[in-house]
Structure formats: C-alpha cells, structure tokens
Ligand binder design. Structure first.
Ligand SMILES: Cc1cc2nc3c(=O)[nH]c(=O)nc-3n(C[C@H](O)[C@H](O)[C@H](O)COP(=O)(O)OP(=O)(O)OC[C@H]3O[C@@H](n4cnc5c(N)ncnc54)[C@H](O)[C@@H]3O)c2cc1C
Length: 466
C-alpha cells in the first residue's frame, strides 16, 4: 500500500489500530464462505468520526476499502481484494440509546445482534430479526446483508426494523437517512437503498432501529412427519387456520439422519421431515394458537409431536435445528451451500425438484430452512467422497438456482450476492434494472473504492476456494 497513505492512516488511528503484518492480514483474508484474499492492511476505527477521515485517505490514494463486521457472511462480502484494506467495524460497538418511549434503539454498527436483543429484552422490548448467526454477527453486517432469520415469517427481516442510518459516503461526507418517526415520507427512501447494499454504497456508522414490546409468552413444538409433502402442506393449513407462527423451520430426511447421529437424539427412523414451530404473543392467545398448531400437525399425519413446557425444554427442541451445520460437517468437512427463496406456495414444488437434483447428480443433499417464508438452505456434496468433484457440484448448483428462478424465486434469500453469485445476478434482474443499480453505484462511489468485486458481474476481487 502507498507508504504515504499508511503514514496518514497511522497518524490518524495510532499505529496499534493499523495492521500490516502478514500474520494479521491473513486472519482477515476470509469470511464464512470459501472466498479468500489477503488484504494489504486492516484498520480499526476507534470512533465514528474516524471513519470519514479514513475514507477520505482511501479515496485520495484510490485504495479499495471493505467494511467488516464479524466476517460471518456466506457470500464473500467482507473479503477485501488483495490490493485493498479491511475496515474492522466491530470496535464501534456501543448501544448508544434504548428508548422505550419511542420503541427504538440507536446503535453503532459493531454491536453483536444477540447483545442488542438481550439488552432490549431487559427493558421489556424486542428486536425481532434473528439470524442463526446472531450470537456473533453484527448489526452493521445484518443491515448491509438485510439479514433474515428464524422469525421472518411473522416479523419480517432486518429491513423492516431499520428506521434511519448514518452513512459515510465515498467522498467522506456523512449523510443521515430516515428518522425516529414511524411515518416519514420526506424525500426518497434512502434508508432502504443502503439496507442490503453489501457495503458497496457507503459505510454504516450508526443505525436507528425499531423495537416492539416483548411478547408475553412463546411456545415451541417439534413435529415429525412421514413425508416431506405432508410437512410442506402443513404450512398453508396453519395460515388457513389463522395462525402466523413466529418460527416455522423445517429439516428434511438427510438432516434428520445426520442430526440424529450427531445428537444421539433418536428420531424415528421412518421420519422424513421435521417442522419446528413457535408461536408468541399474549399468554392466552399463545396457548390457544399452540393448540391449533398441534391439531393441524396431527391432522396432517404427524407421527410424533413434542412440545416444550420450559425454556430448557425449548432449548432441547431447538438443538436439532441448530446442530445441522455441525452435524453435516462431521460427515464431510466442506459442503456447498445455496440460499434460495421461492414464493411460499411453491415450497413443495421446490423441495420436489431438489429430490430430482439429488438423484440425477448423485449427491448427498440436505434441505432445511425457513419454510414459512419460502427460504431454503441446500447443502450438498458428491456421494462418492470425491470432495473435489467441482464440475458435478457446479452443474448441481446451476440446477438449484435455475429451479428457484423457474418458480419465480430468487437466487439469494438472505446471504446476499457478494462475490459468489455475481455471475447469476442477471437471472433475477433484467438488464435495465441492473444498469440502474450500476448507475446508482457509480453516482455514490465513482472511483469504485467501496467493496469492489461484489454484487455486479465482471469485477474481480478475491478467489473462491471451495
Ligand atoms: C452459522 C451461520 C448461520 C447464519 N445464519 C444466518 C441466518 O439465519 N440469516 C441470515 O440472514 N444470515 C445468516 N448467516 C450469514 C451472516 O451471519 C449474515 O449475513 C450476517 O448479517 C453477517 O454479519 P457480519 O457482522 O458477520 O458481517 P460481515 O460478514 O463482516 O459482512 C457482511 C457484509 O456487510 C458489509 N458490512 C459489514 N459492516 C458494515 C458497515 N458497518 N457498513 C457497511 N457495510 C458493512 C461487509 O462489507 C460485507 O459486504 C449465517 C452465517 C453463519 C456462519
């Protein structure tokens, strides 16, 4: 990196907040995807005011700059090109204010999601977005990816809880979008533009987040079904009986098998699908709704239904869903993973297509996810243990993404495009739409210093090592 830029950054942050040693840079060369690139430097802003100054120096010397939260992203978003620098935002981790009167919180981007959830719950409040990575991912990363999670079926995704943002632009200017008002139509909705922009338009330094009153009670049920179709059909039946669960997760037969072995949990051998269902709200309503969920599952032919009477029993029911990744990894060290969504009524058709792809490509393929909001996670490896069988995996990946698109679905549900899905983005976005997005990117970041090589086809950044 330009020595003058290093000197200016070191003067600004202090030498201990600028790392250029190889061993430090290597630890920032990856995220939770298979993408790898060693950055030139890693920077730790100490205050929000540091960020515009860093950006101005980056812009002056044309150095790419990639913001990073916890690096838990699954599409390579936080991996900087080898000619760029990483801005570790996790140090800006203050919960500035929890405001019960206005049902909102103001936070810095490095706050860990679960820590915010716990802090607002202590005040009787509720921050609903709940990615499975919540115990380590950050609010900044959640906003930049528009993270979803377990409660999206009832409460929506991160976007629905971001009321306003402070953002540092590529010019070093600081802008403020949105407000503390729930109703606000003053100008264009720039807040939404930055939510899900994957660090390509600006660096988020503060967020105003919407909170809800904490539900009085929640109840959890796990039901095992003899077929995937019976489980999938349970979802519209629940909606028909006017129950909107807060969580509606599913696991297919492969997940059941590996999780049973991993946890020695003893699910029935002939179970083909699991639904994990949670309802929340006022205690009386929750009990009534849980009764309805139980009835519908039984009517749909559930072989076994387990309910949780306490928090510790709830943890037991959740353990199988939470263990899927670890259980799969014990079987094989590396799985390809797709994160697609389809309109909710197309879930059974998507699951059926996955069965065909499993057979025609000779794959071990595990399907699980947020069945209530149409989001499927598909993990797959070759059956015959040739872990480097990439052409076959490439063809399977193509067919999985295509199947989602054919059902009017999306190639990315909650993990973003990053560097991994850039080539396929045109499968969902037509040329004029993509062109408009590129124009917006160019307007806000004319020299392309923010997170190059992400979202748009054609740019290179980082290599993908699967
Ligand atoms: C085990 C596991 C489970 C997961 N489960 C879910 C899930 O249920 N739902 C879900 O949606 N995702 C899930 N994810 C993916 C990941 O956790 C989310 O995408 C999360 O939002 C990333 O947050 P992070 O802080 O780790 O961000 P990072 O990975 O560090 O960064 C992600 C993107 O955000 C940008 N960014 C980070 N901070 C800022 C900032 N302050 N300003 C601008 N841009 C910024 C980065 O440049 C990058 O493009 C999971 C990941 C793992 C490993």
């Amino acid at each position: 990196m330009n020595p003058e830029a290093i000197r200016l950054l070191s003067d600004l942050l202090g030498p201990s907040n600028l790392k250029t040693a190889l061993e430090d840079r290597i630890t920032y060369a990856f995220d939770a995807s298979g993408t790898r690139a060693i950055p030139e430097a890693v920077l730790f802003p100490r205050t929000r005011e540091d960020v515009p100054e860093i950006v101005k120096i980056a812009a002056r010397f044309g150095i790419p700059i990639t913001a990073r939260g916890a690096g838990s992203g699954l599409t390579g978003g936080a991996v900087a090109p080898s000619s760029g620098m990483v801005l570790d935002m996790s140090c800006l981790d203050r919960i500035i204010r929890i405001d019960p009167g206005n049902l909102l919180a103001e936070v810095e981007p490095g706050v860990v999601t679960a820590e915010l959830q716990a802090a607002v719950e202590r005040e009787g409040l509720f921050y609903p977005p709940d990615p499975a990575s919540g115990s380590f991912s950050t609010i900044g990363g959640n906003i930049a990816e528009n993270a979803g999670g377990m409660r999206a079926v009832k409460y929506g995704v991160t976007r629905n809880y971001v009321m306003g943002l402070e953002v540092v632009l590529a010019s070093g200017e600081v802008i403020h979008t949105g407000s503390k008002c729930l109703k606000d139509v003053v100008g264009y909705d720039l807040t939404t533009l930055f939510v899900g922009s994957e660090g390509t338009l600006g660096i988020i330094t503060r967020a105003i987040l919407r909170l809800l009153p904490l539900p009085e009670a929640r109840r959890t049920l796990l039901a095992l079904f003899p077929s995937m179709s019976k489980a999938a059909e349970t979802v519209p039946r629940l909606f028909k009986s006017r129950v909107v669960p807060s969580t509606l997760e599913f696991m297919d037969r492969v997940c059941i098998e590996v999780v049973s072995k991993y946890l020695e949990s003893g699910f029935p051998e002939n179970a083909e699908a699991v639904l994990l269902i949670e309802v929340d709200g006022r205690r009386s309503a929750v009990n009534e709704e849980m009764g309805e969920v139980h009835r519908v599952c039984k009517e749909q032919g559930a072989m076994e239904i387990q309910t949780a009477a306490s928090e510790s029993e709830r943890d037991v029911l959740w353990r199988s869903r939470r263990s899927i990744h670890n259980a799969l990894r014990r079987l094989r060290p590396r799985w390809e993973e797709e994160d697609v969504s389809v309109p909710i009524a197309s879930i059974p058709a998507m699951i059926e297509t996955m069965e065909q792809i499993r057979r025609s490509h000779g794959l071990l393929l595990a399907c699980f996810g947020h069945v209530g909001d149409g989001n499927l996670h598909i993990s797959y490896v070759p059956k015959d243990e040739t872990a480097t069988d990439s052409p076959r995996l490439g063809r399977a990946r193509h067919d999985i993404l295509r199947a989602a698109v054919d059902l009017e679905g999306r190639i990315a549900a909650e993990h973003g495009i990053g560097s991994i899905k850039r080539k396929e983005i045109g499968w969902n976005l037509d040329q004029p739409t993509l062109h408009l997005m590129e124009t917006v990117k160019h307007l806000l970041d004319p020299d392309g210093i923010f997170n190059p090589g992400k979202i748009f086809p054609g740019e290179e950044a980082g290599s993908h090592a699967s």
